[in-house]
Design a protein around this ligand. Structure first.
Ligand code: ARG
Length: 298
């Protein structure tokens, strides 16, 4: 008799940014076009429906207002890597955004996390240090899985490992459309994750498939529906889209698929995972503590 893998221990508490000023003011990924602006009414409706679906799945969401001059701030995942210390106290490693267009988000994130009792850490000050965008980092199998290349720099992995005392596994992203790890990778439970090998160079794709005991392998075409950019709450997967083949596998594995239309946010190059930031990834539970840290690159 086969036993079902345990659900993810994290993913029940999120931070999201209210889309008060969502626009496409610049193009820093292949999906952004200045002549294709989000409709404010649909934007709000889609975001409300997404929040309702995440809450209906059993998670809670805290909401931070959007800074008027930061149109991409709605993609809350990139504000920082939020963690809980083994004692339960909050800690955050703030992002150091690749593009100057997004760097004004960081001080707002810093204030929010500090006001919520978190200790705050940076891997580099704006303009100096290694770029780190939190949408590139996931807890999986006790390690911090980090995509690098388009946004996060390889050097940031070293900082994360030593400063947090965890094991970091780095995967080189080469696909321009999957510029963050959360477009080609999505942990589902303790042993399963969606993986799109086309996002990575050959060695990284092989290493990632090796790391995940039971991968749900996505074709490039499937991943371009943004189906990996999903939020998993226990056995519920809240998804922006779900190709039939992917749905069949998820259901066979016992997941409930909930699709929420977030087309307005695809215009900025992000979907449900990008719009939410899990606050309950715990050091010592979801990430093994490794004194001094360790980095493994494919
Ligand atoms: N326009 C944003 C950017 O290019 C989209 C971010 C999407 N977020 C994510 N976690 N993939 O930075």
């Amino acid at each position: 008799m086969s036993t079902r893998p345990a659900p993810l221990a994290w993913g029940r508490r999120y931070l999201a940014v209210s889309p008060d000023h969502f626009r496409v003011d610049y193009a820093i990924n292949p999906f952004m076009h200045l002549d294709d602006q989000p409709d404010p009414v649909r934007t709000r409706e889609q975001w409300d429906a997404m929040l309702a679906a995440i809450e209906a799945a059993g998670a809670t969401v805290e909401v931070l207002p959007q800074l008027a001059e930061a149109p991409d701030m709605v993609y809350a995942m990139n504000l920082g890597l939020a963690l809980e210390r083994p004692t339960g106290e909050a800690h955050v490693v703030l992002s150091h955004m690749r593009y100057a267009e997004r760097r004004m988000e960081t001080p707002v994130a810093e204030r929010w996390f500090a006001d919520h009792g978190a200790s705050v850490q940076r891997t580099g000050r704006d303009g100096v240090g290694a770029h780190l965008e939190a949408g590139d980092a996931f807890a999986f199998g006790g390690e911090l899985v980090v995509g690098y290349g388009p946004r996060t720099e390889e050097l940031a992995l070293k900082h994360l490992a030593t400063e947090l005392g965890v094991s970091v596994r780095g995967f080189r992203i080469v696909h321009p459309g999957m510029y963050h790890m959360d477009l080609g990778f999505c942990p589902l439970d303790e042993t399963r994750a969606m993986v799109c090998p086309a996002a990575y160079d050959d060695a990284s794709a092989a290493a990632l498939l090796d790391l995940v005991p039971e991968p749900l392998v996505l074709s490039e075409e499937e991943a371009m529906t943004f189906c990996a950019n999903s939020v998993v709450v226990g056995r519920t997967v809240v998804m922006p889209a779900c190709p039939d083949r992917v749905r069949a596998r998820l259901e066979e594995w016992g997941f409930e698929v909930v699709v929420v239309e977030v087309g307005e946010f695809l215009k900025g190059g992000g979907a449900i995972r990008c719009l939410t930031n899990p606050l309950d990834v715990r050091l010592g539970r979801d990430l093994d503590l490794v004194p001094g840290g360790r980095v493994t690159l494919a």
